[in-house]
Design a protein around this ligand. Structure first.
Ligand SMILES: Cc1cc2nc3c(=O)[nH]c(=O)nc-3n(C[C@H](O)[C@H](O)[C@H](O)COP(=O)(O)OP(=O)(O)OC[C@H]3O[C@@H](n4cnc5c(N)ncnc54)[C@H](O)[C@@H]3O)c2cc1C
Ligand code: SF4
Length: 599
């Protein structure tokens, strides 16, 4: 006897087996019917193996791609902090959404947590070459995965300070005002903190802006050695606080905690899916819950084509696993990260947009910022036994100090320093030791280290920019505001020395090797398509829609007019939610206008 399930299973198997034929030979309506049928079957709670359902789903997506009716309500390009978050928000609208991602799902493998693979061999970074301002090739530390760079990020999720939205005078120049203010972002910060499982404690960070709700989860606790360090810093008159982190950690019942507080947090993918990244927290749950969202991986968008007037994007030219496809949508959102988004617009130049798409202001790619970041090690006599060290943050110097009334930036722990990380990250000062000492001594040095990450705002400058020359991506960048960064390093080193003098367990001679993070580290990229109300001085309007092209949005860190001194990603996520609301509102208007052509 044939059960209903076995009949359906046979239909799915038949459709999978004949998919090649469907793509090449059959009439379009039949292909569409097959595609829709398979899609629906995928979502029915039938007793099939996941493998079969996945195969059916992939096949249905392939069939849909091959048809010429690849029209969607919204196309989102990129699945990182911005694209993933936006997809999560827009799926709620029920509209037909296509997400194009040039990478694949990051494989779960033991190497996720191998310092050698991740730091020395850069297993999860692209092997592309980009070019610096002197034309010298470098390999950017950026990853193309579902979830984008959040797969590797340190998940320190902080709000900008209220004053960061105002014009601020720095020692090295001016950080410009944003036309939207902290109050405009506040509700979205709260939503983003919930979406990305942020753990923190309000009221301890001396520069914290007003917040309408407490953090969704309690702060990640300091392990005893880190607590001792925080206590020493506090005794010196400073206000260390728990770094707000996005992860799935249950410290009150560790048996229920996906996160195991391991020593490979910052810069590594999470093998157990416990880091709150855009793949795990946004893309996967959205795909599972909403059948109106289609994700195509290994889909690199090459160019955006416009109508003859140049006022709307009509085709998204995409290389999917080596084959070219054209997709279209009422609304197209670019979320490739600030560098690649600018590059995509520049590569999409046409007769109506000779300097790059949406570039009448000549601002696309300019004002690139990435933070001045410095990694500092304090090496102690006794081992640092903390397994998860990235818990302390200090903002006492954020706005400067009495004899230096200019912003200096933020201090936070980096992730653990592991022996296999040292050769890759070895600062010049440490390099001779690294070369000479045998592995076990490296090991001793690593386990006695505390890693610090110091970051200072860099200021927008039109000559710091993304350029596309032929098929090459150039990143022209000259550091600025460096006095403030130097000041922060010296100040923090003197704080660490004071701790040494007061504590028993540190080495008698000071060794504080520092490493100025090079251009390759583009994790905090932003500012290449800044937003504003004046089309002459900005690329995007205040809803991140391009001034020049009606249906084109850019939603990643490109929109930042200035960079602030805190990590950028919570602001990128909050903004994606904000822009998502604006797009949802617009979609309703567009639908309405289709029904009433006079609108
Ligand atoms: C090691 C590391 C640590 C970090 N730690 C922190 C931290 O602790 N706190 C913090 O706030 N920030 C941190 N960051 C920065 C953070 O990862 C980024 O701010 C964030 O990921 C930016 O989001 P995005 O959506 O703009 O870009 P991304 O996350 O880079 O996403 C862009 C996506 O677009 C895709 N894409 C690009 N081009 C195309 C194309 N042509 N076609 C299709 N798809 C394309 C990419 O594959 C990618 O998935 C860190 C970054 C790194 C690398
Ligand atoms: S510390 Fe937690 S979230 Fe981070 S990699 Fe380890 S298990 Fe994953």
């Amino acid at each position: 006897m044939w059960s209903k399930q076995s009949i359906l299973r046979d239909i799915i198997s038949f459709l999978i087996n004949r998919s090649q034929q469907f793509q090449q030979q059959l009439e379009k309506p039949y292909v569409l019917f097959a595609s829709e049928l398979m899609h629906s079957l995928c979502w029915m709670k039938l007793n099939y193996s996941k493998n079969l359902i996945n195969k059916a789903r992939i096949t249905s997506e392939k069939i849909a791609m091959k048809t010429t009716t690849n029209h969607y309500d919204v196309i989102i390009i990129g699945t990182g902090a911005s694209g993933g978050t936006l997809a999560h928000r827009l799926a709620l609208t029920g509209k037909k959404i296509l997400v194009l991602e040039r990478g694949d799902f990051l494989p779960r493998e033991k190497d996720n947590w191998s310092a050698k693979e991740v730091y020395q061999k850069e297993r999860y970074h692209t092997d592309e070459d980009w070019y610096d301002k002197d034309g010298k090739a470098f390999r950017p530390q950026t990853g193309y995965w579902v979830g984008g760079n959040t797969k590797l990020y340190g998940a320190a999720l902080l709000r900008l300070r209220e004053r960061d939205f105002e014009q601020v005078i720095h020692k090295g120049g001016i950080s410009p005002e944003w036309e939207l203010k902290y109050e405009d972002f506040e509700p979205y910060y709260t939503q983003a903190e919930k979406l990305y499982d942020v753990h923190g404690e309000r009221g301890k960070d001396p520069t914290e802006p007003p917040c309408s709700e407490s953090y969704p989860y309690p702060a990640v606790s300091h392990e005893p050695d880190m607590q001792a360090l925080a206590d020493c810093i506090h005794k010196l008159g400073y206000y260390p606080f728990h770094l707000p982190l996005g992860l799935k950690l249950n410290e009150s019942d560790r048996t229920k905690s996906p996160c195991i507080r391991c020593d490979t947090f910052d810069g590594y993918p999470c093998l157990v899916g416990a880091k709150a990244d855009a793949d795990v927290n946004a893309i996967r749950p959205t795909r599972e819950a909403y059948s109106n969202l289609t994700l195509i991986t290994n889909a690199k968008v090459l160019q955006l084509h416009t109508s003859a007037s140049g006022r709307e994007v009509t085709a998204v030219e995409t290389d999917v696993n080596g084959e070219l496809y054209q997709f279209s949508a009422d609304i197209v959102v670019v979320a490739c990260g600030a560098i690649n988004s600018a590059a995509l617009l520049l590569r999409s130049a046409n007769d109506k947009h000779p300097n790059g798409l949406a570039n009448s202001s000549d601002r696309v790619g300019r004002n690139f910022m990435k933070h001045q970041a410095i990694a500092l090690l304090s090496i102690h006599l006794e081992p640092n036994r903390a397994n998860f060290q990235k818990t302390i943050a200090v903002n006492d110097f954020y706005w400067g100090e009495p004899d230096f009334p200019y912003p200096m930036g933020m201090v936070q722990n980096s992730g653990n320093v592991l022996p296999d990380m040292i050769p890759a990250e070895a600062p010049p000062l440490l390099a001779p030791y690294v070369k000479l000492i045998p592995g076990f001594e490296l090991h001793l040095m690593a386990e006695r280290s505390v890693g610090w990450w110091l970051q200072t705002e860099d200021l927008p400058h039109p000559n710091n920019r993304v350029r596309v020359v032929g098929d090459k991506l150039h990143l022209d960048y000259t550091l600025n505001n460096t006095e403030a960064a130097d000041r922060l390093v010296h100040r923090w080193t003197s704080v660490l020395k004071s701790i040494e003098r007061n504590a028993m367990h540190v080495i008698p001679f000071s060794l504080y090797p520092r490493n100025n993070i090079p251009l390759q580290a583009v994790g905090h990229q932003c500012g290449t398509c800044c937003f504003g109300s004046d089309p002459k001085t900005s690329v995007l309007d205040l809803n991140c829609r391009t001034h020049d092209v009606d249906n084109l949005y850019v939603v990643d860190g490109s929109f930042f007019p200035s960079n602030s001194g805190v990590n950028p990603t919570l602001t990128i996520m909050a903004n994606a939610l904000r822009v998502g609301d604006a797009i949802a509102e617009r979609l309703m208007v567009v639908l309405h206008s289709k029904e009433n052509p006079g609108f």
